[in-house]
Design a protein around this ligand. Structure first.
Ligand SMILES: Nc1ncnc2c1ncn2[C@@H]1O[C@H](COP(=O)(O)OP(=O)(O)O)[C@@H](O)[C@H]1O
Ligand SMILES: [Mg+2]
Length: 316
């Protein structure tokens, strides 16, 4: 099976070898990512296939009625909602840990440019369709889901009119708390099981970003994700915190059925591929499976060594 990185190398060799063909300033078929010099840097390129993936009609919500999407400014929200945000335990990650974990969205500024581009495109697409719940998955492990979720979350957090919740639903191998350096023994699994309120298992960064984490793997992820409690629990969080975007850090699709089981609860999915680890066939299969049950917002090629000069990280 062909790895994506090899496919890109072949395509590049073919293009540069074809005399007189001026490479396009930006080939939409080729996703942005880090230059070779920045191959180790986070490369959450803008979703590369968004335009190519026709949006499906959003699946009927499987759960309790969901509050209408609101774009109200954070300063304008009801006092009781502001009070709920303020009541969440505050947490500030260590900048050095964020840098070593490639969370470039944390500090913002020029380095966060590629992440902010991804955020903007995701927001545009989701707003256009009235979507608010986004799952991030990949065919195989280690493609950068948790890294990308965190980059996206911090980038959203820098927008005052957003209220974002990022939840770790990779319950077999939770990674969010570790990557953030978040110590409290939070078990977001208890929340989706309907056994505890979200405030007991979420931490807040700034005024408008919250993390639902797991300090250990959950015992029964499949049952939790398919349980009757998860729908109402998510709807409750959206209502209580006037959430504008919920991001779910999901398990890889080839390791379990968790993503497919949870798909009815989200509006759309971002599918990540690792340039040197994901096989094209697997990516294709996962994309087709997801498209059968939800909206595939786009495919992000991560850890990519090749890109056109002038895009993504290379721009800076
Ligand atoms: N663009 C990237 N370039 C280099 N390394 C990356 C990139 N994105 C993620 N990584 C690294 O890959 C490893 C796996 O990332 P992680 O986000 O935990 O993947 P997943 O959640 O899909 O298992 C981590 O060490 C992370 O720092
Ligand atoms: Mg992960």
């Amino acid at each position: 099976m062909e790895r994506i990185q090899m496919a890109l190398e072949k395509a590049r060799a073919k293009r540069t070898g074809s005399a007189g063909t001026k490479p396009a300033a930006h080939d939409p078929a080729e996703p942005a990512g880090p230059t070779a010099a920045n191959a180790d840097a986070p490369a959450p390129a803008a979703p590369s296939q968004t335009a190519a993936t026709p949006a499906r009609t959003p699946p009927a919500p499987p759960d309790a009625p969901r509050p209408a999407a609101s774009s109200a400014n954070v300063a304008e929200i009801a006092p009781e909602i502001r009070a709920r945000w303020e009541a969440l335990p505050a947490f500030t990650p260590k900048p050095a840990l964020m840098a070593s974990n490639r969370i470039i969205g944390y500090a913002g500024g020029r380095d966060a440019g590629p992440v902010d581009m991804m955020r903007t495109r995701i927001l545009q697409e989701m707003r256009k369709n009235g979507w608010r719940r986004l799952a991030v998955t990949s065919p195989n492990p280690g493609c950068g889901k948790t890294t990308t979720c965190l980059n996206l979350a911090f980038s959203l957090g820098r927008q005052a009119n957003q209220r974002t919740v990022l939840a770790d639903l990779d319950m077999r191998r939770p990674g969010l708390a570790r990557m953030l350096g978040l110590q409290p023994p939070h078990r977001f699994a208890q929340v989706i099981a309907g056994k505890a309120p979200a405030r007991d298992h979420m931490a807040r960064y700034g005024t408008n970003l919250a993390f639902g984490t797991l300090d250990a793997p959950a015992r029964n992820p499949a049952e939790l994700l398919q349980g009757a409690e998860i729908g109402p629990a998510l709807a409750q969080i959206e209502t209580d915190y006037a959430v504008t975007m919920m991001v779910f850090d999901m398990p890889p699709m080839m390791m379990s059925d968790d993503m497919m089981a949870f798909a009815p609860h989200v509006d759309c999915v971002l599918l990540l591929a690792g340039a040197e680890t994901t096989a094209l066939d697997d990516l294709d299969r996962c994309e087709r499976e997801l498209a059968g049950v939800t909206n595939v917002l786009g495919v992000v090629l991560n850890k990519c060594r090749y890109m056109e000069p002038g895009y993504g990280y290379g721009y800076y």
